[in-house]
Unconditional design. Structure first.
Length: 168
């Protein structure tokens, strides 16, 4: 197991899925930052499935996340109670880490899944309803189309101090 994959796997395993924080501005901001990043990654890779793209499939379909890691992840009882898109986000983040460890080139953008993993680490989550409304941190917003998120303004800082300041 390579460095990127090992670090990402350890982070996901360390998430306390039973600890759910109530609504917060940082949770909404983290989901919006994910959408911004997904727009750039998706446009560059021409990846289908907005906004839950699979960059590893577009970059290196022959590089899987190791089956033994995926098996361990899916045995976690708290993880299994997560929503479909939350589970897919974690699995796809592992697969992208495997692509990086395989030395395959990736776009020069900030890590696609970092805002979502930080969201989970902070006790947050998200859901998507049938009308394509995304719910996070007590807020609901329409995810819209990819081009609506292709702005170049810098994303939010993902460090705990900055995120805590949003919630204060």
């Amino acid at each position: 197991m390579g460095g990127h994959l090992e670090r990402q796997f350890e982070r996901i395993l360390a998430i306390d899925w039973s600890h759910r924080r109530g609504g917060s501005r940082s949770q909404e901001a983290l989901v919006r930052e994910y959408l911004r990043r997904a727009a750039w990654w998706g446009k560059t890779l021409q990846a289908p499935g907005w906004p839950f793209i699979d960059p590893a499939e577009a970059l290196a379909p022959d590089v899987p996340a190791p089956a033994e890691l995926m098996d361990r992840l899916f045995q976690d009882e708290h993880f299994l109670n997560r929503g479909l898109h939350e589970v897919k986000s974690c699995a796809r983040s592992l697969r992208l880490a495997a692509v990086r460890d395989a030395g395959r080139p990736v776009p020069p953008f900030p890590d696609l899944f970092e805002p979502i993993i930080v969201l989970f680490e902070r006790g947050g989550g998200f859901s998507l309803d049938k009308s394509r409304m995304m719910h996070a941190g007590g807020a609901a917003f329409h995810i819209g189309i990819r081009t609506g998120h292709l702005h170049k303004k810098p994303g939010i800082p993902l460090d705990p101090k900055s995120l805590d300041a949003l919630d204060a």
